[in-house]
Design a protein around this ligand. Structure first.
Ligand code: NAD
Length: 524
């Protein structure tokens, strides 16, 4: 690991005036603020207003008003905003990455990759939205005389609650299909990482999104959540499984739909014939990319006994060679954890594992010399299910190596978890790897990759199974979930009942033979 003392100059784009302008968008009538810090140093970047219930109600009132006009705007005009926004998002990617790095402490490469996500989502739905939102004429119950048309109506105002690990992607990307479909959005970002989504909204407005349509409210989750959910017509939540249960319960009580994108304890299975050099390189990203704070990242690696030592040696060597430090350039391979609190949680998982008998192959310690929330890339072996990190998500740069005897055993071990968000299978025989992938209880499975292949495939729905979530983002359902179906049915002539003078017996006879004919001629 390269150790470099902290020498840091904040990017020129992150000026006090810029930050003050961004947070001015957040309503905070009580005057209470939250100190939003630069993670690398702990210095205060901005005083973030905290929204009261009355502020949140007002944000919904403004959003609802704006939504009526937006929904009445022709779709082509709505989509034109996102065509312009796509250009702006790509042009300003570096400034967005500066903010993401300052508020989250991640390294430059991950910050830049994150900036691409909303642009990719816009690109995908710019191609699909018109088709998905067009009325679809279906046949009615009586051929020729009836029609039924599936019409997609916007839900109204969508509440989005986003986490800190990909604040720009989860805050903005999930809003794009909602807005395209004619909804307004009220976003609650995490207090720690509100700056980049606030800038994203500024860019959308620069591209022509009507003012008022995309609102932001800030505060601690339990303070803001109830009022937000009680006023929303749909909730899109990304975060931990524990919070997801709270959100889902409240949405259920209010009889509104919700999409819950939650945590994981994602396994990687290396098959006997895998290219070990590639698998070890993949594991470095899987375990330490975004400082181990990706919902789809890898926390458990299963290796055949015959290849365990070779893999472990290569993987540990790569982990030790990582350049870990704070910098706003592309140098470091890994940055900081998001906060000192989170660093303590990650440390507690490692300490608990060690106390219960796990072995640290590398890392295992905080690095206050690099910054307040740094933690070493850590590889463990001997992790068991009585350890915190053996069952629950650590969400840090900590991964455990395990041996398996047979492929059946590897599959059983990978599935032995409450979670089911992502999995990764490595092998040269692609048919064999596919067969293993198909047996994994996981909403996403990547073959010979960790997560990017699945996540960047915006045409395919991506979500978790088991305790990792309900619903999905991306794909057709990633937009259609923000709509209600209106079944508009038309009867051209009244035929669904006996004609004048016809007995009910005769009418039923005709109806039953009609049913048979329709089946025979495959009309219905
Ligand atoms: P978290 O659940 O603590 O917080 C997520 C968001 O919910 C934050 O904005 C928080 O303020 C808010 N919140 C907290 N309590 C709330 C409440 N009672 N009511 C309403 N809102 C509330 O999660 P986190 O620690 O910020 O994020 C990390 C978690 O997110 C990890 O578990 C990770 O796996 C998960 N995650 C999942 C995905 C996915 O797509 N499946 C993506 C990113 C992160």
């Amino acid at each position: 690991m390269t150790l470099t003392p902290l020498e840091l100059t904040r990017p020129a784009s992150v000026t006090d005036a810029f930050l003050r302008r961004l947070v001015a968008r957040v309503p905070g009538s009580s005057g209470t603020t939250w100190k939003l810090t630069e993670v690398y140093t702990g210095d205060t970047l901005a005083e973030l207003p905290q929204s009261t219930p009355a502020d949140i109600e007002q944000a919904f009132a403004v959003a609802r008003e704006a939504q009526r006009a937006w929904a009445a705007t022709p779709l082509k005009q709505r989509l034109a905003v996102f065509k312009r926004a796509h250009t702006l998002f790509v042009d300003r990617a570096r400034a967005v990455a500066d903010l993401i790095q300052a508020e989250s402490g991640k390294n430059r490469r991950m910050a830049i990759e994150e900036t691409c996500d909303p642009a990719m989502v816009m690109s995908h739905y710019l191609r699909r939205a018109a088709k998905l939102l067009a009325p679809t004429r279906r046949g009615g119950p009586v051929p020729l005389l009836t029609t039924s048309t599936e019409i997609r109506q916007p839900k109204g105002v969508v509440g989005i609650i986003a986490p800190w690990n990909f604040p720009f992607a989860t805050g903005i990307s999930d809003a794009i299909p909602a807005l395209m479909a004619g909804n307004a959005v009220v976003l609650k970002p995490d207090n720690k990482t509100a700056l980049s989504p606030l800038y994203g909204i500024e860019l959308l407005e620069e591209a022509g999104l009507p003012k008022g349509l995309f609102q932001v409210v800030c505060g601690e989750g339990p303070d803001v959540g109830p009022t937000l959910i009680d006023h929303a017509d749909y909730v899109m939540f990304t975060g931990s499984t524990a919070t997801g249960r709270v959100i889902g319960e409240r949405a259920g009580r209010n009889l509104i739909g919700c999409c819950l994108e939650l945590g994981g304890k994602n396994p990687m299975i290396v098959l006997e014939d895998a290219d070990l050099a590639e698998a070890a390189q993949g594991a470095v990203f899987g375990a330490f990319g975004n400082t181990g704070q990706i919902c789809m990242h890898i926390e458990r690696i299963y290796l055949p006994e015959s290849r365990y030592d070779e893999f472990a040696k290569a993987f540990v060597a790569k982990a030790l060679a990582l350049d870990v430090r704070a910098a706003y350039d592309f140098g470091p391979d890994m940055g900081s954890l998001v906060s000192v609190d989170h660093m303590h949680r990650v440390k507690a998982h490692v300490d608990d594992a060690v106390a219960k008998g796990a072995t640290v192959l590398c890392g295992g310690k905080p690095r206050p010399d690099l910054g307040p929330a740094f933690f070493e890339p850590t590889i463990l072996e001997g992790v068991t299910k009585d350890m915190l990190c053996g069952v629950t998500e650590t969400f840090g740069p900590v991964v455990a190596l395990h041996k398996y005897g047979t492929v059946d055993e590897a599959v059983a071990l990978a599935n032995d978890t409450d979670y089911g968000l992502n999995a990764s299978v490595w092998g040269r025989d692609l048919d064999a790897a596919r067969a293993v992938a198909a047996r994994l209880e996981s909403g996403n499975v990547n073959i010979n990759d960790i997560l990017a292949t699945a996540y960047a495939a915006k045409g395919t729905p991506s979500g978790g199974v088991k305790s990792s979530g309900v619903g999905a983002r991306h794909g057709d359902q990633g937009l259609l979930k923000y709509t209600d179906v209106q079944n508009m049915a038309l009867l051209k002539k009244q035929v669904m009942g006996p004609r004048p003078g016809q007995t009910y017996e005769k009418y039923v006879e005709g109806m039953l033979s009609g049913l048979k004919m329709m089946r025979r001629f495959r009309i219905r």
